[in-house]
Design a protein around this ligand. Structure first.
Ligand code: NAG
Ligand code: NAG
Ligand code: NAG
Length: 323
C-alpha cells in the first residue's frame, strides 16, 4: 500500500516537475499543487470508473473529460473512480476509506456550473467549489427537472434568480417573481393555472359548431343566418371544419348569402385573447359588412367569440368554417 502511494506521488511529481513528496492528510495542502490524500475518498459523485495500472492513468483520463473534477483510486482493485465534484464542493461526502486515496484534478479543471455538462445544484456549491466565483450566470440543474439551465446566482445570498433562467421557469403567459430561495409564477390576466402552465381562462368554456352546412364548400341551401346564434365562445369541429377561413369566401356558400371570413391571421397561443375583424362577402365586396370578434388560440384549437351579425344588416350572414 505504501509502495503504491509512492508510485503515485512520484508520478504526480514527474508531471509537475517537482521533486518533493510528502505524507498527506486531509488537512494537508501543497501550496497550490494537488497532492493525493491517502485513506480518503469522495462518495456519491462517481460518474464513471476505469481499471488502470497506475493512478497516473486516472489523472490523464480525468483530463480528457470536462466533467472530471477529482478521482478516487481504489488501491486493492486498481480502479479509478471519477468524480464530478471536488471535496471542496461537497465536504460532507468526503469520507475516510483505508483502501482509497483522493486526488483533485489540478490542470484545466472546469469550474463547476460554467458549462452545461457540469451543472451545479446550488449557488453555495459553486462558491464552495470555486473560491473566486462571483455573482453571475451559472448552469444549474435544479430549476428545470434535470435539464441544465443558465441562471443568475447571487454569491452574497446564494439565491438563484429563477426568473432569469434562459429556459423560463414559469409559463410564457405567467409573471415570474424571484424570492429568496424560491420564486413565484402567476398567470397573467385572462389566463388560469398554477403558473407553471397557464391556459386562457376562456378556453375552458365554449360551444361547438359541427354542422357541415357551415363549411365553405357547402352551397347556400338551406338559407341560414347567424343573427340568432347565442352570444358566446365557439369552436369549429367535425363537419364544420376546424377554424374560420382567413381569405375572402365566395358568396352563397356555407348555407347563407353573405359569407363570413376572418380578416387577418389567427393569433398565437402567446398572444392570448385578440380582437379581429370578420368580413362578410356580398355584391363583389369581400367586406360589404364587418363585425369585430375575439379570437383565442387555445393550443389545440381556436375559439371565436360571436355576438350575432352586424346590426345594420343581420341576414343572411353567417360565420363560415374550413379545415
Ligand atoms: C454526477 O455524478 C452522479 C453520479 O455519482 C450523477 O448522478 C450526477 O447526475 C452527475 N451530475 C452531473 C451534473 O453530471
Ligand atoms: C405581470 O407583469 C406585468 C408587467 O410587468 C404587469 O403589468 C401585470 O400587472 C402583471 N400581472 C400579474 C398578474 O401579476
Ligand atoms: C365540444 O367538443 C368538445 C371536444 O370534442 C367536448 O369536450 C365538449 O363537451 C363539446 N361541447 C359541447 C357543448 O358539446
Amino acid at each position: 500500500m505504501k509502495a503504491l502511494k509512492q508510485i503515485f506521488c512520484m508520478s504526480v511529481i514527474s508531471v509537475l516537475g517537482q521533486v518533493h513528496c510528502t505524507v498527506v492528510t486531509p488537512q494537508c495542502s501543497s501550496g497550490g499543487y494537488e497532492i493525493s490524500i491517502l485513506g480518503w475518498m469522495l462518495q456519491g459523485h462517481i460518474y464513471k470508473t476505469m481499471e488502470a495500472n497506475f493512478p497516473l492513468d486516472c489523472l490523464f483520463a480525468c483530463r480528457e473529460d470536462d466533467r472530471c473534477q477529482s478521482f478516487n483510486w481504489v488501491i486493492s482493485r486498481h480502479l479509478c473512480e471519477f468524480n464530478n465534484r471536488t471535496k471542496e464542493a461537497r465536504s460532507e461526502d468526503f469520507v475516510s476509506d483505508p483502501d482509497r486515496f483522493y486526488f483533485r484534478r489540478y490542470k484545466n479543471r472546469v469550474p463547476l456550473g460554467s458549462i452545461p455538462e457540469l451543472p451545479a445544484e446550488t449557488c453555495k456549491e459553486i462558491k464552495a467549489s470555486e473560491e473566486q466565483a462571483v455573482s453571475g450566470k451559472y448552469w444549474l440543474y435544479t430549476i428545470k427537472e434535470n435539464i441544465p439551465v443558465l441562471a443568475h446566482c447571487d454569491m452574497e445570498t446564494f439565491d438563484i434568480d429563477e426568473c432569469s433562467a434562459t429556459s423560463p421557469a414559469c409559463d410564457v403567459n405567467a409573471n415570474c417573481t424571484n424570492t429568496r430561495g424560491s420564486y413565484l409564477c402567476t398567470c397573467k390576466t385572462g389566463f388560469s393555472g398554477d403558473g407553471k402552465t397557464c391556459k386562457v381562462s376562456d378556453c375552458l368554456n365554449y360551444q361547438n359548431l359541427t354542422n357541415g352546412n357551415r363549411k365553405v364548400s357547402h352551397g347556400s341551401s338551406p338559407l341560414l343566418c347567424d343573427n340568432s346564434l347565442p352570444h358566446g365562445w365557439y369552436r369549429f369541429q367535425g363537419n364544420a371544419g376546424t377554424k374560420m377561413p382567413t381569405s375572402c369566401v365566395a358568396p352563397n356558400k356555407c348555407s347563407t348569402h353573405a359569407t363570413g371570413w376572418l380578416n387577418g391571421a389567427h393569433p398565437s397561443v402567446e398572444e392570448g385573447k385578440v380582437t379581429k375583424k370578420v368580413c362578410f362577402n356580398w355584391e363583389s365586396n369581400c367586406c360589404r359588412w364587418s363585425i369585430d370578434i375575439e379570437v383565442i388560440n387555445c393550443g389545440d384549437f381556436f375559439l371565436y367569440h360571436f355576438r350575432g351579425t352586424p346590426p345594420e344588416h343581420p341576414c343572411h350572414l353567417r360565420y363560415c368554417g374550413t379545415d
